[in-house]
Every structure is written in structure tokens, then in C-alpha cells.
Design a protein around this ligand. Structure first.
Ligand SMILES: Cc1ncc(C[n+]2csc(CCOP(=O)(O)OP(=O)(O)O)c2C)c(N)n1
Ligand SMILES: [Mg+2]
Length: 337
């Protein structure tokens, strides 16, 4: 878990540098090697590492718009993920999705920029596992800002009534962009949402990877054993702005300071030291993470950009005629495109 969390933090620190290149002096979101929005997950690492520690490649994970720590913990190919973020041809989605649209079928990972969007597909994956009689599970990650979304609430209901192997993991960082949780949701503990739908609810209150891992062991185990879904809420902290370039003028200084102080990586490091792990071992893990991150970034930056004439490839099942030079496909997709 520690190596995973450090990899995620170091990875995002490097992405931050790359992202800002070319965007100054006046912030230009479309400039530089990583154009568009970038949502960093510094302060959320315990949730990704603690939960994904219990998952296999054949388990499905859907993640939201802040996906890197979860993708890394699930074992998504770091080089191809980085190439995707840099918009390169060898990226997971051919460079067309960017950082919020990472798909890796080898480890059954997907994410989306639409909040709560990952919940219905995770329920679908859970239903598929049940129908196929496998013991795979599906995990949907979402932010606390998404817990009032219909897609989430309907997913809770369906997973519960069908007793599906699904775990919903809410990363509660107290903020949805500039909106504090208490102004939009009248429950302090999001896990209480479970009560209305007849599934198990759990909450981990501290930024503690070990506590998350213990709760997730129980939740994933319940799903794998055919005993139904769980809603697990995990307290995390957003150490940065909602996205890069967010001046956070809406956020009180004390809140930012509190997020700085509650670092799950430092906490886990102290736990490891208290359990006799020596500094050399910790340094080794950190330097392994560093090398892996550098290798992925250097590799990705060397990859070619996609050809502009391929822009419409992989976008439509049946491209409207005239959209591409190719004849529209006549394949029967069995439904609407
Ligand atoms: C359905 C939908 N509505 C609104 C948005 C715009 N939006 C992007 S992120 C965000 C806030 C998400 O907050 P939360 O779920 O708590 O996740 P966090 O950013 O805190 O990790 C919103 C409203 C969106 N992407 N999708
Ligand atoms: Mg939030």
C-alpha cells in the first residue's frame, strides 16, 4: 500500500510540473503538453490503495474524474495511462480521452468525468459476475458530492435488491469543487444512505490506509462470498484545488491547513516505522516509485501524437455520413448507437 500511495503522490507531483509547462504567465488551460483540466488526488491515496489491495485483475473498478491514485492501485499500465494524459497515440484510449477517461480492459478499469456515472456500469459488472457464476466483484468509486445523484441512488437499490457483488466507495473530501458538503447533503455520514436501501454501510473516519484496508477487506469479502453489496465511505482530504489552476478563494485557510496536516502517507510511514520497518526499506520503496514514475513520463513524452485524420475513429459506432472519409459502417449494433 505504501509503495502504491507514494507512487501516486510522486506521479501527480510530476504531472503537475508537466501540466504547468507552457500555461503561464496568464493561465491558459489549453496550452502545454497536457491541455485541458487536471484533477489531482493528493490526499486521497489511502482510499485507492486500501480498497484495491483486495482486488484482482478480473474485478472491475469504475472511478470518477479524480482517478490516478485508484488507477495506479488497480494496476493500470502506468506508461499507457501517462501517454493518454499527454494525448499520445499509444495512450489507453489512443490519446483521445485524456486524464478523466482512462480505460484498461486488462485490469477492468474505467473512469469518467461525469460524477456518479461509474455506479451503473459497476452494478452491471456485478450482475454479469453473478450471472456467470464467478466470484469477481465490482467497485464504484465516487466523491461525496455525487451521493445525491440519481445514478448512485438507483445503483444502490439495484445492487441491494439483486444481492450483487458490488462495493460503492465514497471518497469524502468535504468539498465538491467550491461547495462544502454540509450545504448540499443533510447527512453527516454518507454511509447512512445505505440504510434506506437495505445494504451494509460503513465509514472510515480517519485518513488511515490500514483502517481503509480493514474495512475494504470486509466489504470486498462480503461481495465475493455472495453476501451482497456494501457502501463504504472513507474520509480523505483534498490537499490541492479542485483542479489545477483553481485559486481556492472560497476555501478557508484553516481547512487547507487541516488537509495538509492529515497526510495518510505520513501516517502510514509512521505506522510502518512503529512496526519495525527500517528507513532503508522505506527509502527503497520511494526510490522504486520514483524510477517507475520517471520511466512512464519519459516514455509517454516520446510517443507520437495521433494523426488528425484519425480524430473520428473510435468515436461513433456508425459515423454519420460525411463525418469521415470512410463509408459509414452498416454493422448491426443491436440498438441505438
Ligand atoms: C453529472 C455531473 N454534474 C456536474 C458535474 C461537474 N462537476 C465536476 S466535478 C464536480 C464535483 C465533484 O465533487 P465530488 O463528487 O465530491 O468529487 P471531488 O471532486 O471532491 O473528488 C462537479 C459538480 C459533472 N462532472 N457531472
Ligand atoms: Mg468531494
Amino acid at each position: 500500500m505504501y509503495e502504491n500511495m507514494v507512487t501516486a503522490r510522486q506521479y501527480e507531483e510530476r504531472l503537475q510540473e508537466e501540466y504547468m509547462a507552457g500555461k503561464q504567465p496568464a493561465f491558459d488551460i489549453s496550452a502545454g503538453p497536457i491541455p485541458g483540466e487536471l484533477h489531482l488526488a493528493a490526499g486521497h491515496e489511502a482510499a485507492g490503495a486500501g480498497v484495491c489491495q483486495h482486488l484482482r485483475d478480473d474485478d472491475t473498478v469504475t472511478a470518477p474524474h479524480r482517478p490516478h491514485h485508484i488507477a495506479i492501485a488497480k494496476g493500470v499500465d502506468l506508461k499507457r495511462m501517462t501517454a493518454e494524459i499527454f494525448g499520445r497515440e499509444s495512450g489507453l484510449s489512443g490519446g483521445k480521452g485524456g486524464h478523466m477517461h482512462l480505460f484498461d480492459p486488462d485490469v477492468n478499469f474505467a473512469c469518467s468525468g461525469i460524477i456518479a456515472e461509474g455506479c451503473p456500469p459497476a452494478v452491471g459488472a456485478g450482475l454479469a459476475a453473478k450471472k456467470r457464476n464467478t466470484d469477481s466483484v465490482a467497485v464504484a468509486f465516487l466523491g461525496e458530492g455525487a451521493i445525491d445523484q440519481g445514478a448512485f441512488l438507483e445503483s444502490l437499490n439495484l445492487a441491494s435488491v439483486q444481492n450483487l457483488p458490488v462495493v460503492f466507495v465514497v471518497e469524502d473530501n468535504d468539498w465538491a469543487i467550491s461547495m462544502p458538503k454540509e450545504r448540499v447533503t443533510d447527512v453527516e455520514n454518507g454511509a447512512q444512505r445505505a440504510d434506506g436501501f437495505g445494504l451494509q454501510g460503513m465509514r472510515v473516519d480517519a485518513d488511515d490506509a490500514v483502517a481503509v484496508s480493514e474495512a475494504a477487506r470486509e466489504a470486498v469479502g462480503r461481495a465475493r462470498d455472495g453476501n451482497g453489496p456494501t457502501l463504504l465511505e472513507v474520509q480523505v482530504h483534498r490537499r490541492m484545488g479542485h483542479f489545477m489552476g483553481d485559486p481556492e478563494s472560497y476555501r478557508p485557510d484553516e481547512d487547507k491547513d487541516a488537509a495538509e496536516q492529515r497526510d495518510s502517507i505520513e501516517r502510514l510511514e509512521s505506522d510502518l516505522q512503529a512496526h519495525g520497518v527500517d528507513d532503508e526499506t522505506i527509502d527503497d520503496l520511494r526510490s522504486r516509485a520514483h524510477d517507475r514514475v520517471e520511466e512512464a513520463i519519459e516514455w509517454a513524452k516520446d510517443q507520437p501524437e495521433p494523426e488528425s485524420e484519425d480524430a473520428y475513429e473510435d468515436v461513433f459506432v456508425n459515423p454519420p455520413s460525411g463525418v469521415t472519409d470512410n463509408e459509414p459502417s452498416t454493422a448491426d449494433t443491436g440498438g441505438d448507437d
